[in-house]
Ligand binder design. Sequence first.
Ligand code: SF4
Ligand code: SF4
Ligand code: FES
Length: 826
Amino acid sequence: MSEVQTVDNMVTIKIDGIDYQAKEGEYILNAARANDIFIPAICYLTRCSPTLACRICLVEADGKQVYACNAKVKEGMEVVVDTPNILEERRAIMEVYDVNHPLQCGVCDKSGECELQNYTLELGVDSQSYMIPDTKRESVNWSSILHYDPALCIVCERCTTVCKDMIGDAAITTVKRGGAELDKGYKDSMPKDAYSMWNKLQKSVIAPSNGTEHTNCSDCGECIAVCPVGALASRDFVYTSNAWDLKRIPAVAAHSSDGAQIYYEVRPTSIEDRTEKIFRITNEWSYVSLDGSARFAYDFQNTTATKDKAAFDAAIEAFKKADTVRFNAMITNEEAAMLQTLKEKMGVKLYNPEVRAFQKFLNHYEAASGNSLWTTDTDAMMKKSDFVISIGAALRNDSPAMKYAFNNIQKLNKGAGLYFHPVGDTLIPSFGKNVVAFNHKVGLEEAALYLVLDLFADKALLPEDVKEYIASFAKSETKTVKEKEVKTVKELVLNEETGEEEEVSKKVTEMVEKEITITTNGLVALLGGDASKFDDVFAKMMKKKENFSMMLGEDLYYHEKAENIAKLVALVEATCPIDVVMTPPKSNALGVALICDLDDAQSGYTVGYNENGDFRLSALGSGDLDMPAMNQQEGTLCSITKRVLPTNAAVEYAGHELNDLMKELVDAPALTIDWTAMLPTDRGFKAVNFDSLPNSFTNDGVDNRGYTLDTSNVETELPEVVKFDENAVLDGEIAYRCNPARQFNDFTAKSHEIFETFALYASKEKAESLGNKVEVVFDNGSITLDVVVDDKITGDIVKVSDFKAAEGVYDLFGESRYTKVTLRKV
Ligand code: SF4
Ligand code: SF4
Ligand code: FES
């Protein structure tokens, strides 16, 4: 009898005669991996659709040959991993991959971590049975980042698959190439799967899907990460390092709040210069996908630091006389706890406009919902959600993790999506045919939430006044329509036999005018949607949908009506089957929001930490006292997935740290990481030492890094929400505080593989009307910026970058992400 216990949603299968538990509906390959069983597989990517490009994952299931990456487990299924026929197919596949593969392993970037090398050895390929004339294929640069060498490409399609299913850009595709035809004799003489794979391989190559030589994509580099061979690399990395020379430092991506797992890969700079340098970032790409800032903004360390005694003493004096410490989200939890201690012991104000609005929003949400934090996360959504709503975020720019989840839900979960945002983005509707994008006026975010209540709430649970308010938007109108009507008419017809007229009935179709009453949803129309078609479209979107989630973004935190919005979110959670996730704006905004009692304004003498101030601590190497950058520090960061994640120092730092100042100013422990176990447990942290924090994923992709914040849920009354003002919308020239997708802060700006400039970004038409440079005039100041085209946005709203602290863009925008401006051509 099997010793394996059956649990809900699990089935028992046999692999090579042994019983294992597997998730119902799971592919055989994933079930095997979760149970530590190896099945060869090249083209399949966990979290993406199977493409059957490589065919090497052949196994026998219940007596039939199937592809393990594409066949689902069933109760009682018996799987055999290796049969003589399968072993023959696999070996032939590897031999084919090796035909004409350039013999440059000695210098290839991938050598040592190449799956072609590994599988060739694993499957015992020690001779070659096949041959074909080669065709010259030239290397190309697809973008400022991407380098493609088609001669090394095995057309496994992992790059195209990840770009479409995970990233959402679908920027590369398989195209035809003029490879030689296979010798006809191979069709009969070689194993059939190997033949089909080879036939396709000879005909294909990868290229930008826009038909040009350049990708015009978000340059995330995820295609590089998943490439099993050396065909894709960053232009900067090609021929610089061998995999075996690089040391991996596990860390957390520092710039966005996604908390993505990364490895800084370091080695000495050169034979002469033994200083360790970061050469690249890699990731556990089966479980996590990076954005461009996480992968390429890595060389932001402070190289100018020394232990400057005079500067240190001046910093102590500055803190002693400081009224305010101004800082941002690029700070670890431990440092945030230090600043909070300074507030408690020395009475300084803590000013952090990047986080304060988010913190207030969280407080409103907690008061209204009883939940201390949001109820789902991006990982959980990708696993089960099949209907996703996004409100208040420029998804492509604000949160790569949210963008990937929104897209992945469409592609993998046969999902549907509603996207509400004032700035049109042509990429979002391309994620799936069941995505509807509302480009509404600035200020109507509450209307979007009322529409969500209208569409999804159990009306019996909604307060009467809310129900009536929503019903008041229903618009009935009487219309005159022309309709076909079939009528029976009688006519007299001459009977030729009898010569007499006879009455016969005949059906005729006539167009008649009719008055009908149509009811449409006024909220849909108000939000810029097509109300006449929406009911049908929505009914189609809802077919077979069971798991609903809603993403909320930074626009809502900076909204004039943020409190009412937070209450509406709580009402959605209480009355709709919808789980919610919120984007912490940038880096460790969640950690700061939980740990620090932030103030609404700064005043008096100010110490700036990576921000403007009378005295500046700076990890950028440009302040009055140097500090370590995030890639030079140990500590923890909180993520959108509500986890507390450990990050490590990749490169050396020789200067002072914040904790050195703390030891002089207040009672502080010896090391920065001594603060990890002292993080506030009443805010969800755990008293765990830094060195005890785990830092890995399980084989089936469960994130075990650090720990999950404790959250509380208190029973509350339904919140009292108020009506919104339809007329309180912004019209005219509008600026939106929003960065290009790979820029988040001064540290991304400093990194040499991030190219987006600090500028005003506009749609093509708008940019043409503005010229090359404009002065953006706000109520309280102005800034002159270059105009750059973002060809994925539509409409007239312009995006103004905020990633350089010294430019003071937060101060120009004040308590909103949108503001009316005057744009003057320069
Ligand atoms: S470039 Fe790499 S990932 Fe893309 S098809 Fe070729 S081998 Fe596969
Ligand atoms: S860099 Fe990212 S967006 Fe561009 S082609 Fe590669 S995977 Fe797609
Ligand atoms: S991994 Fe299954 S066909 Fe490639």
